[in-house]
Design a protein. Sequence first.
Length: 242
Amino acid sequence: MPQPPNLQKMLAEAQAMLASPDGPRRRLMDRALGPDLGQCCGGRVRLATERLGPEDLPRIEGLAAAEAEEGKAAALPVMLFGAGHVGRALVLALAPLPVRVTWVDGRQNAFPRHAPANVAAVEGSDTARLIATAPEGAAILAMTHSHALDLEIVAAALRERRFPYVGVIGSATKRARFVTQLRQAGVADDLIDTLVCPIGLPEIAGKEPAVIAASVAAQLLLVRGYAMAAQMKGSGDLASSR
């Protein structure tokens, strides 16, 4: 596929810098999108080009480390219980997204041989202990092989009162059953009301694992967006009070 003319110009600028090691190391391209690049949307584009060498490696490593830390801070922590078909599909759907997944299953050899870079697989069955280790503001998802285990997970997560999203895979019928069982277990009604079941956006229909995974991934992005908006509002309120 041929490259657009504006990209060709940018690549030519960069190639010219590489071909001239004694020339300037940094260059700023400032172009009007209309007359200079033949675009119809108006505006301008500024592109900074820099030639790097071995002497720049410490600086680059420092910048990369800072970017990685910033990415971790902005990522939504997710604790996912269950490595079945839907769990595997969800892990893949979340792979390119700004989330950090702790993937839990107590069964031996439940996990695939390889997992995305943002996933830490944990083979464990002590639900209460694992829930207690979840970061503040994490999203908790239960989709195990056992309804009883799903119930144990959501009950423990709801009682923590510190997770913005506690969800379990299932239908409206499963939710009704869980509501009854959670009440019998002494979980407060205000907590039970926050349980997400079925999980995923209701506008996205389908029972295929990949469809469910896409729907849940979109829902988790909304949760992350709400959390970031609340943090920004809190920072603004704090700044205005000074």
